[in-house]
Each structure stands twice: as C-alpha cells, then as structure tokens.
Design a protein. Sequence first.
Length: 325
Amino acid sequence: MNQNTLEFKWYATECGPEHYPMEIRQGTFFYKDRNDGLYIPSGATLHDGWGEGVSLHVTGPERKPLPDRVEVYFYSYAENQFYRGKFDLPYERIKHLFQKGFEDDPKKPHYDAIMIGVAPGGAVTVWLDGRRVTEVFFGYAEKINIDVGKGLDVPLVSKSEADEYTNQVLIDSLTEDELENLKKNGIPFGTWARYRNSYNWEPLFKNGEIFPETQIISQFLNGESYRIPALPTDQTENPSRPLPRELSFSVSVDNELIHYTIKFEEFELMEAFEKLGANGEKVYIEFDAQIPVTNLKIRVYNDKQPKDEKTPKEFIELKKFTVEP
C-alpha cells in the first residue's frame, strides 16, 4: 500500500460458473475519479466455478488506485446471449477492506486482486480476492443483440455456422453429464442471486471432539471464502452468512484426528435452509463424524421448539453431499 496516494498492489481477474460457460469480451475496472483503469482479462471460456479466478495478468504499475466503477461486455454460451453493464462500485468499502487487510498483515495482506464474475441472466458479481474472498457488488447487466460472429470476432457467415461454433464450445467445455443436464433442465436463472441469501447458522458436531481454537475453512455459495469458528464464541452473536459450498475441518474421533472436506449439493442445501430458516430461525448443520470419513452423516435443523415434548424436532438429513479425507 502506498500511504500517500492510497494505491495498492492488485491485479484484475475473472470467473464464471460451472456448467454454464461464459466469455468476457471486454471490461475495465476504472480508477476512482479517472477515465482510465485496469483492463479485465478477456477471451477465455469461463466455467471453473463461481468465485474461482481464472487469469493472472500482472500488468501496469505495481501499485494502482482502487476502482470506483466497472464496465463489462460478455457472452453466455448456454443462452446464446450477449450482455453489457456499467456499474458503480462501493469505493469506500473496497478501500476499507484493502486497508484493513494490509494493516492486519503488511507482508501478506488479505487481498491482492479484484475479481469479476459473470453468469447467465446477466448476473455480475465483484469480489476482493486473495487469502480470503469477499463480495463487494452484485448486479445485472442488460441484454444486447448482436451477431455471434461479430460479437466474438469470429468469421461466421451464417446462423448455422454460429450455432455450430457455440455448440462446439459447449461440447469442449462441459462433460457429457453436464451437457445432458443443460439440455434436460435448462439454465436455473436467478441461482446466483439465490446464492447470496444469508442465514443465522452454525456448525455442530455430534460425535467427536473439536477444539475451541479450531477454525473451519469455508467456501460459500456466493463465491466468498474465509475461515469461520468451529465453535460459537458468543451465544448472543447472530452469525448471519451465506450457505457453504465446501467445508474443511479436523475432528478427533476415538482419539484419532480425522480431516474432512465436505462438498454440498447446492440445491439440496438451499432448499433445506429455505424451509428451516425462512423466518430467521437459527439453523444448525450437524456433523455426525464417522470412520471411515465417507460414513459421515449430516442433518440440518433449527432451534424452533416442538409444540410439545412428544413431538420430535424437525430436521432434514442431507443425502447428496460428498466427503473426502
């Protein structure tokens, strides 16, 4: 960080969701109160995951001002649709987060990149990226009508050639199962906004011992990534946060320290929370640790009390997650 001019070391990167390939054709993060800025990498087919940066282009001066707006022009292959958006960014919040990250550890600040994600329906997210990932903006770009060949700068002379070209990109980018799912179920528009819903939730461990200083590495559905306490530090705290996509933690089972990496099925988890946490109830994700780790059981329940002692607490057992050591 340059203390005098509020310039920081950062680069621009980009991402797109799994299953629905995207391509940024052009984009710029504009420096605050200036007409120039840092270009967003373009031309790559993006489908590595929401919040998973793709390109690493370290260009221009080492230290740069932070942006206060962004422009982006992109294409959604699964929709055969172009989008364009111009957005103001929350400069003061971005500045605060960069400064805090630097002050916490000047040798390894929290952030060293600003990432933009584009998704079907024109969804656009901007995150600060680095040792942690923090969302700072979400919005929607507008549809624009333009020939595929012209928009992608590819010599396509007919609609059939354009269809063949875009279909081939889908074939090259997706697995057979992903292609079949896209053909059968289409695009779940609105999912990227749905990822951002926050709930009052905590992890809970049924079997095994987890220690107070332990933290869980969490990747969230909305693309954020940071560590959360494995045990509550303040019972009055309301830990409202997005739902996890992946959690990693270690727990002692029968005096053996076992590591778990759990990947949730996003729609199963969102539907469970939309049922159990819709009215602000506190919701618990309970892990029943087992050996081998693949025998792990997970259920979700809230703190709502049954009408009487004979009525069991409502819970939903998750079935579609995967677990690795």
